[in-house]
Design a binder for this molecule. Structure first.
Ligand code: PGA
Length: 262
């Protein structure tokens, strides 16, 4: 067992209906023992958090199957006149232990910049949630050889003011935008290179020991047939899975690869 846990999260995005969400959660929970050694998190649409929490039998923050629940987004304020938004404490109340923050779809479609992502991540931490903080370059930025600069800036901006405890209480997800939902997975070398760069940035923000404890997930077209080689990379500690997380068998197979690599 390495120094870091393995964590695979499923981002269901705006998919499924209530019955489908419950059935998928039940199937993942009943198969979760096959991936012992890898923590699992399910991130359903917010309107299905409650039925999925029930399907996972989450009570007082404890999940008997070991499968955790996460939000896909949250607001940075604790309460008030913010129509349509969800406060961090509400996610905790419903049984969440984590929340995706700054997914590239939030950044590009909903105008979230690094300062907003930073505020949301701090609000998540303050409420007791583990933020899954996403960074990643676009195809254009990669082709212009700007990947390192873009990811460095996103890490600095999104994690500004983080203490060591904040960092070890967070998950970072490297998701090259060009690999999300496209079927074009980054090569293991491309992913490892950026993961190592991110870990170096985390060390610069705090110290090496802290950086070595932070779970860094890869995301972008992770499937059962490429998860093994990604999991074998030194700095890839898990995956943030979109499309393949909508099928219990695929999601569990991905998790098993990370469990086997732990
Ligand atoms: P994908 O999505 O696995 O469908 O590429 C990943 C993500 O957006 O987190």
């Amino acid at each position: 067992m390495g120094i870091r846990r393995r964590i695979v999260a499923g981002n269901w995005k705006m998919n499924l209906d209530r019955a489908g969400a419950v059935a998928l959660a039940e199937a993942v929970a009943s198969g979760a023992t096959s991936s012992v050694g890898c923590n699992l998190i399910l991130c359903p649409p917010s309107i299905y958090l409650s039925p999925v929490a029930n399907a996972l039998k989450i009570s007082k923050g404890e999940s008997p199957s070991g499968v955790g629940l996460g939000g896909q987004n949250l607001h940075d304020q604790p309460k008030g006149a913010f129509t349509g938004e969800i406060a961090p404490a509400m996610l905790i109340d419903i049984g969440c232990s984590s929340c995706i923050v700054g997914h590239s779809e939030r950044r590009t479609l909903f105008g979230e910049n690094d300062a907003i992502v930073n505020g949301k991540a701090k609000a998540a931490l303050a409420a007791g949630l583990t933020p899954i903080i996403c960074v990643g370059e676009t195809l254009e930025e990669r082709e212009q050889n700007r990947t390192a600069a873009v990811v460095t800036e996103q890490i600095k901006g999104s994690l500004e003011g983080f203490s060591s405890a904040d960092l070890t209480g967070s998950i970072v997800a490297y998701e090259p935008v060009w690999a999300i939902g496209t079927g074009k997975v980054a090569t293991p070398e491309q992913a490892q290179e950026v993961h190592a760069l991110i870990r170096q940035q985390l060390a610069n923000l705090t110290d090496e020991e802290t950086a070595n404890r932070v779970v860094i997930q890869y995301g972008g077209s992770v499937k059962p047939d490429n998860a093994g080689i990604l999991a074998a990379q030194q700095d890839i500690d898990g995956a943030l899975v979109g499309g393949a997380s909508l099928k219990a068998d695929d999601f569990l197979a991905i998790a098993k690869h990370f469990a086997d690599a732990s």
